[in-house]
Design a protein. Structure first.
Length: 534
C-alpha cells in the first residue's frame, strides 16, 4: 500500500465524519443568529430605556414585551447551550472514536509491514525450496537411471546364479549317483563275500538254507533271542516303507531291543507302537497322557515298559501290555529333551532345558538325585560297564559332561565344536557318537575322551537342537538326517560318505534309529512322515 492510498483513506474517513456532524451545523448557525439577536435586542432595550422618559406607558409596555422576548431568548439560549454541550460531548466521543480508528489504522499498517517482510522471507525461502527440489529431482532422475542399470545387472546376475545353482545341483546329483553306484558295487561285493562265508560255514549242514537277496531286506519279526545268525550292518539303499505316523511333527523314533517293533513320538502328544507285517506297518498301541510334544523315547531291556520325555516338564513310563501310565515323574522346571532307563530299568535319568539332570528311582517313585549342569541338556546316554562315568550328557554350551551318580559333580568335561544335539553310544560302551550344530558328527573314544573321527558333508545341515544321529549296531556306519530331507550315511572307520538317501523325505529329518540287527534304518521328519530304509 503506497502513500496516496493512505491519504485517500484519511480523506474518506474525514468526509464520513463531516457527514455525520452536518446535522449539527444548523444548530450552530441558529445559535449564532440568536446571539446576534440578543445583542441587538439588548442595544434596542437600552435605547428604549433611554427614550422612556418621553412616553412612560408606551415604554413600559415595550419593556415588558422586550423582557418577555428576552426571557424567551434566554430559554432558547439555555436550550441551545444544552444542545451545544450535548453536541460537544458527541463530538468528543466521535473524536475519540476517530483516534481509536487512527490507532487501529497505524497498528494495521505496522502489521502490513510485518506481513510484507514475512512474505518476502517466505518468498525467498520458497525460492530456495524450489531450487533444492529441482536439485533433488535431478539427483532422483540420476539415481533412478543408476538403479535401473543395477536392477538389470542384478537380474542378469540372478539368472546366471540360478543357472550356476542348477548346474551345481545337477553336478551334485551326478556325484551322489556316482557315490551311490560305487557304494552299491561295494555293498554287492560285501554281500557276495558274506554269502560265500555263510555258505562255507553252513556247507556241513545242508538242511540250513543259504541266504539270498531277501536276507538284506526288512525282517519284521526276527528276535535277538531267537535269531542264531547275525548278518552284520547293511547300508540301506531304498525306501521300502513310507507312512504318516502323527498329526504333527515326529520328534523321536526308536526300535525295541529285539527289533520286533518300533515306537514314534510327536507333537500330537502321543507315542505310537508299530510292528512290521508284510512290509507294512501295523499300529499295535497308542500311549497317551502327555500334555505336550514327546521329545525322546526309550525301551527297557525286557520290552515291558516304554519311556517318554515331554515338553510339559515331565517324564512318563507306560507298561506296553496294558498301555497304562505307571509313572509320571515331575520336578523339572523346563522342557525335558531326553530321558533314558538306567540301572536295569529301576531308574530313569532325564535332562531338561532347566539345565539339570535328575535321577529317578522307579521303585520309590521319586527323584533321589539332581545334577546341576549349568547348561541346557539336549541328550543323555547311560554307560554302565563302560570305562567312563555311568551318565553322559550333551549340552547347549558345546560340552559333553560325564557324571558319576555317586557324586554330584562332573568327572570330566569335553568341549566340542558346536552345540550338542544328540548322543549315541556303541554296544561295547567304548565309543560315543555326537551330533553338533556345526553341521558335523564326531566320534569320541571314551577311554581317552578324545575325538577320533569327524563326519561331515558339503550339503549336510543339522536342522535343530534335538536332531538325533545314530550308530549301526556293529559300529560300521553312522547316520543322520539333514535339513534338506536327505539322510547321510558315513563309514565310521574311514569317515567317508557311504550313501545319501534322497527319495523319502521332503522336510527336515529329525531322528534316526538303526535296527538292532543292522539291516534297516528308520527316519522321521517334521511333516509327520516315517521312512523305513532297507
Amino acid at each position: 500500500m503506497d502513500t496516496s492510498s493512505y491519504r485517500t483513506v484519511i480523506l474518506d474517513r474525514l468526509q464520513h465524519l463531516n457527514r455525520r456532524t452536518s446535522d449539527y451545523q444548523s444548530l450552530f448557525t441558529a445559535y449564532s443568529d440568536l446571539v446576534d439577536k440578543v445583542i441587538a435586542l439588548t442595544a434596542q432595550n437600552n435605547r428604549i430605556r433611554k427614550d422612556g422618559n418621553d412616553s412612560p406607558s408606551h415604554q413600559a409596555n415595550a419593556v415588558t414585551t422586550l423582557q418577555t422576548e428576552l426571557s424567551e431568548l434566554y430559554k432558547k439560549k439555555a436550550q441551545n447551550d444544552q444542545q451545544l454541550i450535548e453536541t460537544n460531548n458527541r463530538l468528543q466521543a466521535k473524536e475519540k472514536e476517530c483516534d481509536e480508528a487512527k490507532q487501529q489504522r497505524d497498528k494495521a499498517l505496522n502489521e502490513v509491514i510485518v506481513v510484507k517482510s514475512r512474505n518476502a522471507n517466505l518468498e525467498e525461502h520458497n525460492g530456495e525450496l524450489n531450487r533444492t527440489n529441482q536439485h533433488l529431482r535431478d539427483e532422483y532422475l540420476a539415481l533412478q537411471a543408476t538403479y535401473n542399470g543395477l536392477e538389470q545387472k542384478y537380474r542378469q546376475t540372478k539368472e546366471e546364479f540360478e543357472q550356476l545353482i542348477e548346474r551345481w545341483t545337477a553336478f551334485k546329483a551326478k556325484e551322489a549317483e556316482f557315490y551311490n553306484e560305487q557304494n552299491d558295487i561295494a555293498q554287492k561285493k560285501r554281500e557276495q563275500r558274506l554269502r560265500s562265508e555263510i555258505e562255507e560255514a553252513t556247507a556241513a549242514q545242508r538242511n540250513v538254507p543259504t541266504f539270498d537277496d531277501k536276507a538284506f531286506e526288512v525282517v519284521g519279526h526276527i528276535s535277538d533271542r531267537t535269531a542264531s545268525i547275525c548278518i552284520g550292518d547293511v547300508v540301506p539303499t531304498r525306501c521300502a516303507l513310507q507312512f504318516e505316523a502323527h498329526e504333527g511333527e515326529v520328534n523321536a523314533v526308536k526300535w525295541s531291543p529285539s527289533g520286533n517293533r518300533f515306537a514314534t513320538g510327536g507333537t500330537d502328544r502321543k507315542i505310537k507302537l508299530y510292528e512290521l507285517a508284510n512290509n507294512k506297518q501295523d499300529l499295535r498301541a497308542t500311549f497317551t497322557g502327555s500334555n505336550q510334544a514327546l521329545m525322546s523315547l526309550d525301551f527297557d531291556h525286557e520290552e515291558s515298559q516304554i519311556l517318554g520325555a515331554s515338553n510339559d516338564f515331565a517324564v512318563r513310563v507306560w507298561t506296553i501290555s496294558d498301555q497304562r501310565c505307571r509313572h509320571s515323574l515331575t520336578g523339572h522346571s523346563g522342557k525335558v529333551f531326553a530321558a533314558r532307563f538306567h540301572a536295569e530299568a529301576t531308574q530313569v535319568v532325564s535332562g531338561s532345558h532347566d539345565r539339570t539332570l535328575k535321577v529317578w528311582d522307579l521303585r520309590n517313585r521319586r527323584c533321589y538325585k539332581t545334577l546341576f549342569a549349568g547348561s541346557t541338556v539336549h541328550d543323555i546316554v547311560t554307560s554302565e560297564g563302560g570305562p567312563s562315568a555311568s551318565i553322559i550328557s550333551g549340552h547347549y554350551d558345546k560340552k559333553l559332561r560325564f557324571w558319576d551318580t555317586r557324586s554330584e559333580s562332573t568327572a570330566v568335561e569335553v568341549l566340542l565344536a558346536g552345540r550338542v544335539t544328540s548322543l549315541d553310544i556303541s554296544l561295547d560302551r567304548l565309543y560315543l557318537l555326537c551330533c553338533t550344530r556345526d553341521d558335523s558328527l564326531c566320534m569320541v573314544d571314551l577311554r581317552t575322551n578324545q575325538v577320533i573321527h569327524t563326519y561331515c558333508a558339503e550339503t549336510f545341515r543339522v536342522s535343530c537342537d534335538y536332531s538325533r544321529a545314530v550308530l549301526s549296531p556293529n559300529m560300521e556306519y553312522c547316520a543322520a538326517g539333514s535339513s534338506d530331507g536327505h539322510v547321510f550315511i558315513w563309514n565310521v572307520h574311514t569317515s567317508k560318505i557311504e550313501k545319501i538317501l534322497t527319495k523319502g523325505h521332503e522336510n527336515p529329518v529329525l531322528a534316526c534309529s538303526w535296527h538292532p540287527q543292522g539291516h534297516s534304518l528308520l527316519t522321521v521328519d517334521r511333516s509327520r512322515t516315517v521312512c523305513l530304509w532297507t
